[in-house]
Design a binder for this molecule. Structure first.
Ligand SMILES: Nc1ncnc2c1ncn2[C@@H]1O[C@H](COP(=O)(O)OP(=O)(O)O)[C@@H](O)[C@H]1O
Ligand SMILES: [Mg+2]
Length: 432
């Protein structure tokens, strides 16, 4: 193609030169041919120099254009350049997508070179390890994450992973994974919550075992005594009564544990059923009187007509525990006041007593499972230490909050505060 074009051009010049040579003489003919050749040469040189200039500073999409044979040759170059550009764009896109995917990982990812210098890290890793994704690039990670366990692990990764404490009480699991040539991937995972749950589970199992073992030990002791000693019928009856007491205590603990686990497993209390509060509170007052056996003054402030939307059994067990605590922790002669009242953003059920009260340091822990201020007092009065844990749980399922105010020696007030969206019925003052 190119040869044909060139030959055609040369042929054209030769023809013109022949014609001019025939008319004006040979010298003119040769001169004409020379001039044509020089013009052709210059034309090629001009295109060549444009191409050379572009190759020295190749601006994408700006391949020079040309005429004749150059047009085709440069168009080919242009097509090639476009294909390359498109491939590059696709590659860049893929890279961006990969980075986005790594950014979206819940785990931290740091890419390290053979000498443990940071090549790249995602945002999660920046947060976990307190790195600066730009300023710290190229730095040795051991200079930035200086926890000795980690530095040791980095030098000789014998275990699968290490745990380090970093930042405010945060626990991280770090794992090195070799890849490519001498490169490493450092993964970081926040295991603070998982660790907390695991500790809670361990403590809970230990607590349950301990709580059940105490009555069981007493029970076994009595059993041995009754079996081995010849006791008179009255003594024997006494022992059996004490054994029954221990068995009943174990039963109460197990009942409460089952209640807790049922609350854990159940779906949130549906807001479709209306729990008649007036009747419930009156029933609670009668229970309180029965429990007190006339040793306390029981008062009732029935000030709201609102009803709670939820599960009656759960509310009754939460309120019932608040009431029984007030009676059990108030010495004879004291007063216990039950109240159902409206408040700024809803309504509250409260139980106020003039009992022994609670030191401030214990208040935040009262709803923990098995937490008791005075173990023996709780036990003597038939407590399991699970009542307030159940109450808090049951109330939370009704979007209600348990509030505790208390003054040692003066008395306490436990309130369950329900938001307006959990109430039904006539509660005009709400939202006013
Ligand atoms: N009204 C109250 N007055 C004083 N202390 C209370 C009162 N209610 C609860 N407490 C304290 O909170 C602890 C936890 O209560 P709870 O979970 O119901 O367990 P318990 O089975 O002991 O009643 C009790 O052991 C007691 O120390
Ligand atoms: Mg209780």
């Amino acid at each position: 193609m190119i040869y044909r074009h060139t030959l055609l051009a040369l042929g054209g010049f030769a023809l013109v030169a022949l014609v001019i040579g025939g008319i004006a003489g040979a010298a003119w003919g040769w001169g004409m041919l020379c001039a044509g050749l020089v013009a052709l040469l210059l034309w090629h040189a001009r295109h060549l120099s444009r191409l050379h200039f572009w190759l020295a500073h190749p601006i994408p999409g700006k391949v020079p254009e040309g005429d004749g044979v150059w047009d085709e040759a440069l168009a080919g170059l242009h097509r090639f350049e476009r294909t390359v550009a498109r491939r590059e764009e696709a590659l860049a896109d893929a890279l961006v997508r990969m980075r986005r995917a790594v950014q979206a990982l819940p785990d931290g990812v740091v890419i390290l070179d053979g000498a443990n210098h940071i090549e790249w890290c995602n945002l999660t890793a920046e947060g976990h390890l307190q790195l600066d994704g730009r300023a710290d690039l190229g730095q040795n990670i051991a200079n930035l994450v200086r926890e000795p366990e980690f530095v040791e692990y980095l030098e000789s990764p014998q275990q699968n992973a290490v745990r380090i404490a970093r930042g405010e009480g945060r626990l991280l699991l770090l794992q090195l994974i070799p890849f490519g040539q001498d490169q490493k991937l450092l993964l970081s995972r926040d295991v603070t919550q998982a660790e907390r749950v695991e500790t809670m589970r361990r403590d809970f199992v230990a607590n349950v075992s301990h709580e059940l073992r105490t009555p069981l030990t007493v029970l076994v002791g009595f059993l041995e005594t009754v079996r081995e000693l010849k006791l008179d019928p009255q003594r024997q009856r006494d022992y059996l009564a004490m054994m029954q007491e221990q068995a009943a205590r174990m039963q109460r603990i197990i009942d409460d544990l089952l209640t807790l686990s049922a609350l854990d497993a159940a779906p949130p209390a549906s807001p479709d059923t209306r729990v008649p509060m007036r009747a419930l509170v009156e029933r609670l007052k009668r229970d309180a009187e029965a429990l007190s056996g006339g040793r306390h003054t029981i008062m009732l402030k029935q000030e709201s007509e609102a009803d709670v939307l939820g599960v009656e059994g759960e509310l009754a067990s939460a309120f019932g525990n608040m009431v029984s605590n007030a009676i059990r922790y108030t010495p004879a002669g004291g007063t216990v006041t039950l109240a159902w009242q409206e408040c700024a953003d809803g309504a509250r059920f409260s139980v106020e007593d003039t009992g022994i009260g609670i030191e401030a340091e214990h208040i935040p822990r009262l709803t923990e499972r098995f937490y008791r201020v005075d173990r023996s007092r709780s036990r003597e009065t038939g407590g399991t230490g699970l009542g307030l844990a159940i109450a808090k749980h049951a109330l939370a399922r009704h979007e209600a909050k348990l509030e505790i105010e208390s003054q040692p020696g003066k008395g306490s007030r436990f309130s369950a505060r329900f938001p307006a969206r959990r109430l039904a019925g006539d509660f005009t003052r709400l939202g006013a």
